[in-house]
Design a binder for this molecule. Sequence first.
Ligand SMILES: Cc1cc2nc3c(=O)[nH]c(=O)nc-3n(C[C@H](O)[C@H](O)[C@H](O)COP(=O)(O)OP(=O)(O)OC[C@H]3O[C@@H](n4cnc5c(N)ncnc54)[C@H](O)[C@@H]3O)c2cc1C
Length: 390
Amino acid sequence: MIRHAEVIIIGGGVTGASIAFHLTAVGARDVLLLERKFLASGGTGRSVGIVRQLYPTPETSQMVVRSLAVFQGFSDAVGGESGYVDCGVLIGVSTAMRPKLEETVRRQRSFGVRAEVLEPGELARIEPRIDSEHLGAVLYEPESGYGDPTAVTTGYAAAARRRGVRIEQGVEVVAIRTAGDRVTGVETAAGDRIDAPVVVNAAGLWSGAVARLAGVALPIVVGRHPVFVVERDAGFGRPHLVYLDLAGGSYARPETGGLTLTGSLTDDEAQHPMEPELLGGDVSLEEATEVLERTGRAIPRLADARYRRGWAGAFDITPDWMPILDESPIRGFWIATGMSGHGFKLAPAVGEMMAALITGAAPPVNPAPFAFGRFTAESPSGTFVASYLG
Ligand SMILES: Cc1cc2nc3c(=O)[nH]c(=O)nc-3n(C[C@H](O)[C@H](O)[C@H](O)COP(=O)(O)OP(=O)(O)OC[C@H]3O[C@@H](n4cnc5c(N)ncnc54)[C@H](O)[C@@H]3O)c2cc1C
């Protein structure tokens, strides 16, 4: 069957759903989102959903501030629930990191970020269960927290549908059609040809494979990032705040049912390439032990927490650990991927940005740092930790 759309979005994760929603907001018509499995079945459904605001550049700071406002007012701005919990985020840094932290936070204030640098000794008044011994300072972001990536995706998708977007699940794109240097549409595994002048690659961990269908190479590594679930002991008391221990290399975020999600905050994901199809698979006891030891040092009360389970997550990582939000060298074939572990907290702003770029509207934030062609052999490579402090 031959069909037609004005815009095809490949991928029904939080990125694709946000783009679909925002495209309708700037007047795009005949938008079709194709998802090979079901909404949020990729990295989005495996995400930890932490929303911190500490970012090193004006553009990322502006994007996270815009996104936070959406999470906070999701039911009014979009409809549905974001599951946003504004429990506050604490970010522990070493003495060596402290000057950079202070400089970054000073700059971020002009973008509306509310954050306070605390002495390690002051931490006790906010979260006494964190060990401050090894820290040089702690950043406190009272409005930050965590949200529900699946709920945000389905919220955006439902709102996009109400505005006329067609969402088809169980539809895999297996070919991208081009004529000269222009995209002309896609082909699906079911044998349909869908013609469209604009195709958006929002395929997350699979975006490299999708780009190759159009002959485009993306500088993206899929790197393993396992998550571990522990059960806090009965005497732990109220849930802890989200804690990102940049000095010690772990994070912990509370979950309902007395659970805590924890994982590594070192920079090793890119050194552990993972086949995307392994997403959600098993983790080894060795991986779990290594991370749980670090988490136990950061929050000693968690050292005896009962290990419940874990799952294999992964990030789509670019060389500078920042997304690619741009048209590819194939005209009409747009890229919104390489989220590098930030894709949930930036999703509202990413959708807004992509919708503006695709329709020629004024972008809400300078898109230059997210350009497709920014990587050269000489570009310095980034790290996850550098995505906090530069
Ligand atoms: C374990 C883990 C923890 C994380 N923690 C955080 C966090 O705390 N804070 C934060 O901000 N971010 C976090 N992230 C990152 C964030 O969740 C992701 O960047 C974001 O969810 C990615 O969304 P996406 O829509 O770009 O990709 P995905 O969710 O992967 O969606 C891509 C979709 O494309 C579909 N697809 C692929 N190929 C095709 C095809 N050929 N045809 C049709 N459909 C196709 C897939 O099925 C998939 O559903 C985490 C990620 C993981 C995995």
